[in-house]
Unconditional design. Sequence first.
Lengths: 178, 211
Amino acid sequence: MSVDSAAIPVVEPALDDLVRVHLAGLLRYATVLTGDGHTAADLVQEVLLRAHVRWTRIALLERPDLYLRRMVTNEHLSWRRRWHVRTIRPATDEVLAAHSDAHGDHADDVVHQDAMWRRLEALPPRQRAVLVLRYYEGLSDMEISQVLGTSPATVRSHASRALATLRDTDSSTRTEKR
Amino acid sequence: MSEHPHDDELIARITRALHSRDAEQPDPALVAARLRAELAHPPEATVTTLRRRGGKLVAAGVVTSALAVAGAGAAAAANPYSDAARRFEVVVQSVGIDWSAMPAGYTREQYEAFWAAGYTPEDVTALEELWHTDTTETKARAGQLLLDGDTPPVAPGRVALPGQAEADAFWSAGYTIEDVETLSALWQTDPFETKARAGRLILDGQQLPLD
């Protein structure tokens, strides 16, 4: 297959294809990966602008969905490093506002989810990405390895270390272990 | 997939915590509009307020049940950037209620004007540093300046990231993520550094060590 990359035109069908098939899923993934809808929108926009230009090639891949998640993940990992200041954000109020009708057990759930989310945020970025891909996106370790450009063994290692950290920082689990 | 006797419960809570965030997902229609605006005006975007979809929604057709409205309000608050939130605002405002799902001090008009002008996250960071404001206030202030016909002190898309020119050169030359992988393995660099280094070689007119 010979493709003249320099001559790939910017064509509308490519964008329609991307938007119709992939945009919503990528936004969901990016939102959970970054924890922030604004950042997710910016990140996915940047990725799709690049993917759009090369879509004729990407669309030929066996799993363009994984390829796009790979682009989003790589971009996120790069952005995180460049945006050191983004580690703390006032998400709690927004989350509580989103559940403004909460009371009783539901409010407790929100508090617990928020606490778990903060522990997830504190994980190293690649470990967190593995958990998002595994437990939110529902991908297999083989698929995650394609997204992260690594081996399934490394994926399992990241997951294992992430779970170990969460176990250690999770007081209720620690109590259960005794 | 459990790796520890107590992991099933831990994994269930991780999964719930991750799903608790998907309510913050931005509206795909809005992002698609931004993409189209970006492609339509790549070098210098003009300020064009995005069309308000659902603007003709009839209030009587929606305000049929207090419960439905309360539910829609909660949904709008959960994701103020969604199409549903926008429609809900139109409806409640059409019946005289001054309410918005947007964060305090940040209006939908400011949001749309700001992003439609072609600003990038890097521009936001530059404005934050200039004004010493947080992200929301920055976008609100810049959006309001645009709505007032003024010009924010940073022009859209003018803030270049370190290595951005190199990365652009790399992608423009038609290389793929697989090429990044190959070069990263060869140079023992991460993807960001790989693109910067490869792009610099391209800009210097040199060949990349690829087959």
